[in-house]
Design a protein around this ligand. Structure first.
Ligand code: NAD
Length: 475
């Protein structure tokens, strides 16, 4: 079933598609496939909702509705977690964490709704000049498959907090938790017309939404090439577009750092979510004097990770999302070794896993040069490239020598170096002596080909509002 104008219903065409369980390769669900008539119905409803009460509901009341969404997610937390674990192949512990993070996102924007302030500007004419923040209009929220519920929440919560109607387009591989979230939104009191969820093929639904003049705002997370395509399809309508795109982030480890800790903690900063993470530190830059010891420790810690079935509580890495995604990762491992890198560990199908599932043991490539394709292109799988560097200047040059600029880490005990390198790195998010990139309260997004705009934090609200300047003459 789709969700159109707050109501679950079949696709107008009656078509459905199969959603697979990556751990077994078997069919998990049959889902209604949205088509042109469903896009039309969802956008008509959202247009009605924008003319209706939701944008005019006091922000404090909208915040209360979002607080009920957070409670609604928590009330069904285990249902969300098991569904996400099975559909996206996530270890159940990770899925539980993501469900709680989704609830926290709604909680944060529940509080942000009535704190997104305008301004009073002291102009030279006699009167009063005020800056108002107003909802932008119908928002198309397009989500990838790697963090399905969480990224849907990052977009849905600020869009609704600002008073907009939404149409969610989940990834066709992972539409299930977005549909469940739609039910929670309606139960919490978001008006029906303001919420639709349209699963189905990216190209047709994506183009149908992004090229439609009823859509005022597009928030997209996915591949850089798809983001560039959306900029083109939406350009005639001058839609507001924010993009969270790919990454090839660096973790830069200096010899003066607590590099043992860096080695241990960076394992999951690359291989968490089986490497299918836009923030994955898939390029690990290590100072030459500690390089060999670092590689040995990192590889041993990688090989010690438990790859297994998502619902097994001991699993640390689940399967990849699809057979195709695993094939791509294997192709890159082959490209790396052919270019002269050494495969230190991983890269095979782990023993004991379901042979029909899309499992791959995490792979470490050492002796990588930043010009190799494994270092330049986003693999989006469990493949880490370790690259040696001589000094601070070379570390900065290598880290910045990428079309991307999403995330990254810097490991040093030298405060001055920490400040210099942090300022020099061209990336939207950076952690010093830490690998954490995402916090609900802080802005998240990329430089260069990693995106446009920011999600989370107070800045997210800017992207879902227009600025209106009003001058009241006192003459
Ligand atoms: P994708 O670009 O293939 O798909 C993302 C979404 O866009 C899906 O819902 C898909 O159906 C839809 N889509 C496909 N074609 C479209 C079109 N023509 N118009 C509109 N929508 C279309 O990406 P993916 O494979 O689902 O996700 C992986 C990518 O997402 C990686 O590149 C990763 O780095 C990126 N990502 C970025 C962030 C971030 O915050 N920067 C977070 C997660 C994932």
């Amino acid at each position: 079933m789709l969700l159109i104008a707050g109501t679950r219903r079949p696709a107008a065409s009656g078509r459905t598609f199969e959603v697979l369980e990556p751990a077994t390769g078997s069919v998990l669900a049959e889902v209604a496939e949205a088509g042109a008539a469903d896009i039309d119905a969802a956008l008509d409803a959202a247009t009605r909702a924008f003319a209706g009460p939701w944008p005019r509901t006091p922000a404090t009341e909208r915040g209360r509705v979002l607080a009920r969404v957070a409670a609604g997610i928590r009330a069904r937390a285990e249902e969300f977690a098991v569904l996400e674990a099975r559909n996206a192949g996530k270890p159940i512990g990770d899925a539980r964490w993501e469900v709680e993070a989704a609830a926290s996102t709604f909680e944060y924007f529940a509080g942000a709704a009535n704190k997104h302030l305008g301004a009073v500007i002291p102009v030279s004419e006699p009167g009063l000049d005020v800056v108002l923040r107003e909802p932008v209009g119908v928002c198309a929220l397009i989500v990838p498959w790697n963090f399905p519920l969480l990224i849907t929440s990052w977009k849905t919560a600020p869009a609704l907090a600002a008073g907009n109607p939404i149409v969610i387009k989940p990834a066709s591989l992972t539409p299930l938790t977005a549909l469940l979230l739609g039910e929670v939104l309606i139960d919490a009191g978001v008006p029906g017309d303001a919420v639709s969820v349209l699963p189905g093929p990216g190209r047709s639904i994506g183009d149908g939404l992004t090229g439609d003049p009823r859509v005022a705002k597009i928030s997209f997370t996915g591949e850089t090439a798809t983001g560039a395509h959306i900029l083109r399809t939406s350009s005639d309508n001058i839609a507001r577009v924010s993009l969270e795109l790919g990454g090839k982030s660096a973790s830069v480890v200096f010899a003066d750092a607590d590099w043992e800790r860096a080695a241990d903690e960076t394992v999951m900063a690359v291989f968490g979510n089986t490497g299918q993470d836009c923030c994955a530190r898939s390029r690990i830059l290590v100072q030459a004097s500690i390089h060999d010891e670092f590689v040995a420790r990192f590889a041993a810690a990688t090989a010690a990770r438990t790859v297994g079935a998502p619902l097994d509580e001991t699993t640390e890495l689940g399967p990849m999302i699809s057979a195709r995604q695993r094939e791509i990762a294997l192709e890159y491992i082959g490209l790396g070794t052919a270019a002269g890198a050494e495969l230190v560990t991983g890269g095979g199908v782990p023993a004991g896993c379901d042979p029909h599932g899309f499992f791959l043991s995490p792979a470490v490539l050492a002796g990588v040069d930043n010009s190799m394709r494994v270092a330049r292109e986003e693999i989006f799988g469990p493949v880490a490239s370790i690259i040696p560097f001589r000094d601070e200047g070379e570390a900065i040059d290598i880290a910045n020598d990428t079309p991307y600029g999403l995330s990254g880490s810097l490991w040093t005990r030298d405060l001055g170096r920490g400040i210099r390198v942090a300022r020099a790195l061209r990336t939207g998010v950076l952690s010093v002596n830490s690998n954490k990139s995402v916090r609900t309260e802080t802005p998240f997004g990329g430089y260069k080909h990693s995106g446009l705009g920011r999600e989370l934090g107070p800045q997210a609200m800017d992207h879902y509002t227009e600025i209106k300047n009003v001058f009241f003459s006192s003459e």
